[in-house]
Design a protein around this ligand. Structure first.
Ligand code: PMP
Length: 448
């Protein structure tokens, strides 16, 4: 008999973050910022599982909202009207940037991104989509081919080289060679480079530019100030649609309802998932400008997914939004500075932290090799994903994350796993942040 919650019938789809050879925790219970494993040990969940349980575990408002809906009617197809679906669509449109007037529902973030691309292609008649190197847009054929994180790209290329088969569909995206982590002083240069890529590819061939306002699982990279304004200008000039992938950054994660608000621009399409229901039920979707939806209404697009806009998920969404509105976003806004300064202070006390960054309750910690002071991982060099390159110092992230988990704090590791990701539920208190940071420092001391 294997460990609780494990079965040979169910293969692992996300290898264990810290140690591929060890068992992941079996989580059986949760309350607010904490979860409990099968042995009764309590942990601070400082990654909201997959940056998605934004309202925390066991939220009564959400559970009650879902239960009421279940008792009323458990499912209504997209071919019929559903009051709860309409109500959530209207609430989302109210919260979204003003030009986004329509909500379309799917089930996962990957599908939402593919739906946004379908709408953009349909409207522009063009097919290419530009995305950033160091981005994550999903795991399906379409969304995977939009993704620009080095780990996925290496996998894609290795897979193609060894099997001759393409893992994803070319050429969904033409990844721009500028990084998510472009330094502030290079904002204009990066935008100039983007313009060069647009002109080189041919503006008429490009349907959309898709970007995360803060590149999430790639490592909490914020864009340099002014960068998104330039991207918006380029989109307007070359008649390209701007898609904001808010799958992680939406619903208070970065301090506002949507991450793009901080950048002072409005996208033409905005995709959401994860936090919309605080992950109490699967739900995702696209918020769109009216003309993009008018197209599909006229042309009789068939976008109906069986479980898109599932009524129980919509009830969870309405209740989660109520919870965010009733103090959770405010709490995260109030306490994010403690997380930011706490991490900065921790970094200043040690020479093994190369960088701390992020926004709101989405933060990354990157480590330096104490021998050289250089980051362990240079994303511009391909050859750094845990391979046999003897010159590379050993990546300390899995060991720090494992030591931290042993000390009662669960964190994530980025893509690739060369940085720690901290993304607590929005209910995380100043005290919980202090505890997590104290344990993080102890875990770092233990490993280095
Ligand atoms: N976009 C971003 C920014 C994401 O972080 C993710 C998931 N981590 C996705 C899209 C894909 O969402 P899903 O896993 O629900 O398909």
């Amino acid at each position: 008999e294997g460990p609780t919650g494990e079965s040979t019938a169910v293969p692992t789809t996300i290898p264990h973050w810290y140690d591929p050879d060890s068992d992941a925790l079996a989580i059986t219970d949760g309350d607010g910022t904490t979860v409990v494993d099968e042995t009764g040990t309590t942990y601070l969940d400082f990654v909201s599982q997959l940056y998605c349980v934004n309202a925390g575990h066991g939220n009564r408002t959400i559970i009650d909202g879902m239960t009421e809906q279940l008792e009323q009617i458990q499912y209504v197809s997209a071919a019929k009207r559903s009051p709860v679906r309409a109500a959530l669509g209207e609430r989302l449109v109210d919260l979204a940037p003003a030009s986004l007037s329509h909500a379309l529902f799917s089930v996962t973030g990957s599908e939402a991104n593919e739906l946004a691309v379908q709408l953009a292609r349909n409207h522009t008649g063009a097919s290419k989509v530009l995305t950033r190197w160091r981005s994550y847009h999903g795991s399906t054929y379409g969304a995977g081919s939009l993704t620009g994180d080095p780990e996925t790209r290496n996998l894609v290329e290795t897979h193609a080289a060894t099997t001759g088969a393409a893992k994803f569909l070319p050429p969904m995206a033409h990844r721009s060679p500028f990084d998510a982590e472009t330094p502030a002083e290079l904002a204009d240069a990066a935008a100039d480079h983007l313009e060069f890529v647009i002109r080189n590819e041919g503006p008429d061939s490009i349907a959309a530019i898709m970007m995360e306002p803060v590149a999430g699982s790639s490592g909490a990279y914020t864009a340099p100030s002014g960068y998104f304004e330039r991207v918006r200008e380029l989109c307007d000039e070359y008649e390209i649609l701007l898609i904001a992938d808010e799958v992680i950054t939406g619903f208070g994660r970065c301090g506002e309802w949507f991450g793009i608000e901080t950048e002072g621009v409005e996208p033409d399409l905005l995709t959401f998932a994860k936090g919309v229901t605080s992950s109490y039920a699967p739900l995702a979707g696209v918020l769109a400008r009216p003309e993009l939806v008018a197209d599909i209404e006229q042309e009789g697009f068939d976008l109906g997914q069986t479980f898109g806009g599932h009524p129980v998920s919509c009830a969870a969404g309405l209740a989660a939004i109520e919870a965010y509105d009733n103090g959770l976003i405010e709490n995260a806004r109030e306490n994010a500075p403690a997380l930011e300064t706490g991490l900065a202070e921790l970094a200043s006390r040690t020479d093994v932290v190369a960088d701390v960054r992020g926004r709101g309750y989405l933060r990354a910690v990157e480590f330096a090799d104490p021998a050289t002071g250089e980051p362990f991982y240079d994303p511009r060099v391909d050859d750094t994903d845990g391979d046999e390159n003897a010159d590379e110092p050993e990546n300390p992230v899995p060991a720090v994350a494992a030591a931290l988990e042993d000390r009662g704090v669960i964190v994530g590791t980025g893509r690739p796993a060369t940085q720690l990701l901290l993304a607590p539920p929005l209910c995380a208190t100043a005290t919980e942040i202090e505890t997590a940071l104290t344990e993080l420092e102890a875990a770092i001391d233990e490993v280095f």
